[in-house]
Design a protein around this ligand. Sequence first.
Ligand code: HPA
Length: 273
Amino acid sequence: MLDQIQQAADFISSRILEPPQFGIILGSGLGSFADQLESKVTIAFEDIPHFPVSTVEGHEGKMVIGKLENTVVLVLQGRFHYYEGYSMDQVVFPVRCMLYLNIPNLIVTNAAGSVDMNYKPGDLMLIKDHIKFHADSPLRGPNISAFGPRFNDMSDPYTHRIRTLAKAAAKRLDIPIKEGVYYYMGGPSYETASEIKAIRILGANAVGMSTVPEVIVASHGGMNVLGLSCITNMATGILDHPIGHEDVIKTSATVKEKFITLLKSIISQWANL
Ligand code: HPA
């Protein structure tokens, strides 16, 4: 597998002039963040050797490398979900390419349902920690020791000092932000009302079908990680009507502007740490 990662990473390197300092994975409906970049290089996923291609509406399937002020960032417009039928190795392939490229920082964003009655659609939630009881792990199988140890520590997967920086940035911009625990579900079914009740009792604030595999691999490889959820809907059982993917796309479109403003501010401060 390391061969495939190397070939993909070498291909990406051959298309860019400066090494990126940030990898950014954009969730459903949030892909337009990449429009903010200058001196852009855009690569279609299908052109990168061994890269999977995405199949979900709202995911564009492109890698965009460019500059935000003086910081070089590598943005994925679209990600790979386990429910699409990809193996965990495929789901985390882009993050392993980032590790191979020595990118030290990762920002992961997603759309999520709220299990917390105090949240509402359109809220942004900084991910403090996650819960994954889903059986498969992206680290199952032979360990890639070039990236990290067999049994990796998960005591601070969403880097504490970066969360502190993000909260300060949100405060300065007067953008309200929650901080909570993300529960990972394999999907693609949305949850039952009973599952949501259980998830709340277990201590999570939001639920979604992405992000956690990528964060596990980033953490294994020693990256600093920031996770940001866009609350697109109240979860099953709280909501009085069925959840649809259209609602997810619609709500994420309404928060796009504050999301982009906040992310840019976080990156400019993080880059100067
Ligand atoms: N459940 C799981 N994933 C989601 C949801 C949800 O309610 N909303 C957006 N992604």
